[in-house]
Each structure stands twice: as structure tokens, then as C-alpha cells.
Write a protein that binds this ligand. Structure first.
Ligand code: KIV
Length: 279
């Protein structure tokens, strides 16, 4: 076990492309998978260079890039654009693209068409879509075209108007049971992983034990096979969003604010540019 663990974390391996098989090996070896969102070239390059295993071109771009209240307004064209911006910055990470609201629900042909467009027009490696049993036919059809699919259970933000709130899901036994059943269905269908969002840590641990594909948690406790966060939250760029599951590793909003104030002061004072910054 320890040699397997070491082999996944050596520097040499950090230059090898991450595939869906790599994630499965990491799960088996007990090496936690680190996943983060990316929507543009510059950030993708930094995150990939730092060793993030999976980059998610998430439909959270609707919130953090476009300023929408929900993920519902973002379109397939927007998602394709963001994925096209991310791919040139990536050498190692597996790039997964969210299929946005309205591009796969209730119409398997449309679902397949949306997934094919993402793969063909962006060069991404996989798609993610929300839902278990309700999305099963769409998932099967996409998988039948050879496109890897990641599932997403628990709090599924595209259904926010059904839930009415972003509170923790599956606290009640009936919904917890649905999550358990959905996870098994997604594994049986052939998904290579499942995001578990905002569910009790004990349920996430149980689901992770019960299936043999990696689970990636967000607000789902420490026992999942890996973790995902929205990069802007982790970096402290979204200061007005403070759920318990976000750990801030930097305060970039303050750092950027101070840098910009300093720049304005220098411009006003005529001290920027200096002679050695001029031609
Ligand atoms: O869109 C997104 O960022 C996501 C993560 C929260 C998992 O789906």
C-alpha cells in the first residue's frame, strides 16, 4: 500500500497527465484527489502547475464570472468558451466541464449533442452533470459515445428553485436513501466519479464506502476520495460568501484592493511610471 501511495505523489508522476484511471488508482491507494474550478487560461495555468488533479470548468462560472445569483442562466456557448480558455493552460490536470442547466434534462439526444459539442469544441476530457436516477438515461447515452461522465449528487444547484434554499441536503432518511441509491446507479452506469455536495459527513462516508469509484466532496466532510472548492472562494476573492465548508487559503480580495489603491496613489502623484519604466 505504501509504495502505491508514494508512486502517486512523486514529482515524476506530477508531470504525467491525470486520467480517469489515475483517479481510480488514487482512490484505491487512498491518495486524496484535489479538484478546483477554473474558468480562464491564467488561473488554469497556475492551478495545473501547482499540481491540482482535476480542473472543473464549473457552471459556478455563472456566479463568480458573470455575477448571476444562480447557475441557471449560463449557456452551453458560455461553458464552451470558458473551457476553450482553460485548456491551453493545462498540461497535467484532467479537465471536466459542467453541462449547464437546460442542455441535458429530459432529452437524451440533446444531452448527447451537448456533451459532444463540449468534447469536440474545447478539447476537455470529461463532462459533469447533476442528478441520479433522473439523469440516468442522459448519462448512459453520453457514456455510449465514449465520453467520460462525472455525476453530482446532494445539493445540485441547478435545482435550486425546487429546493428553495442552499441548505445541507439529505438530512432526512428518505433523501439520504435516494443519494445512496443514486450513487450506486451512477457507478453501475459507468460514471468515473461523483461529486457529493453539501450532505452530512456520515452519509458521504457511507456512500464513499459503498461504491468503488471516487467521490469528491464539497461540504461533505473528510471521508470522500477527494475535495473540490470554487477557486475564487479558496482564494478569498468572494468575501460575501462564507459557508462553513469553505476554507480561505488567501485573502486576495484585500490584496488586490490594496494593490489597486497603491497604483491609483502612484498615478495621481505622478510617481508611476518612473524613468526606468519608460522608453
Ligand atoms: O460548478 C461548480 O463549481 C461545481 C462545484 C461546486 C462542484 O459544480
Amino acid at each position: 500500500m505504501s509504495t502505491q501511495l508514494a508512486s502517486v505523489t512523486t514529482l515524476e508522476d506530477r508531470t504525467k497527465r491525470v486520467t480517469t484511471q489515475t483517479l481510480q488508482e488514487m482512490r484505491r491507494a487512498g491518495t486524496k484527489i484535489a479538484m478546483l474550478t477554473a474558468y480562464d487560461y491564467t488561473s488554469a495555468r497556475i492551478l495545473d502547475g501547482a499540481g491540482v488533479d482535476v480542473l472543473l470548468v464549473g457552471d459556478s462560472a455563472s456566479n463568480v464570472m458573470a455575477g448571476n445569483e444562480t447557475t441557471l442562466p449560463i449557456t452551453l456557448e458560455h461553458m464552451i468558451y470558458h473551457a476553450q480558455c482553460v485548456i491551453p493552460g493545462v498540461q497535467r490536470s484532467l479537465v471536466v466541464v459542467d453541462l449547464p442547466f437546460g442542455t441535458y434534462q429530459g432529452d437524451t439526444k440533446r444531452a448527447l449533442h451537448s456533451a459532444i459539442r463540449v468534447m469536440k469544441e474545447t478539447g476537455a476530457h470529461a463532462v459533469k452533470l447533476e442528478g441520479g436516477a433522473v439523469a440516468l438515461e442522459a448519462i448512459q447515452r453520453i457514456l455510449s459515445a465514449g465520453i467520460p461522465v462525472m455525476g453530482h449528487l446532494g445539493l445540485t444547484p441547478q435545482s435550486i428553485y425546487k429546493f428553495g434554499t442552499y441548505r445541507v441536503r439529505a438530512r432526512e432518511e428518505e433523501e439520504a436513501d435516494q443519494v445512496r441509491r443514486d450513487a450506486v446507479l451512477l457507478e453501475q452506469a459507468g460514471c468515473f466519479g461523483i461529486v457529493l455536495e453539501k450532505i452530512p459527513a456520515t452519509l458521504a462516508a457511507e456512500v464513499t464506502e459503498s461504491i468503488s469509484i471516487p467521490t469528491i466532496g464539497i461540504g461533505a466532510g473528510p471521508s470522500t476520495s477527494g475535495q473540490v472548492l470554487v477557486t475564487h472562494d479558496l482564494l478569498g476573492l468572494t468575501k460575501d460568501f462564507n459557508p462553513r465548508f469553505v476554507r480561505r487559503y488567501a485573502d486576495l480580495a484585500d490584496t488586490i484592493h490594496d494593490a489597486i489603491e497603491h497604483y491609483i496613489e502612484d498615478v495621481r502623484a505622478g510617481t508611476f511610471p518612473a524613468l526606468d519604466e519608460s522608453y
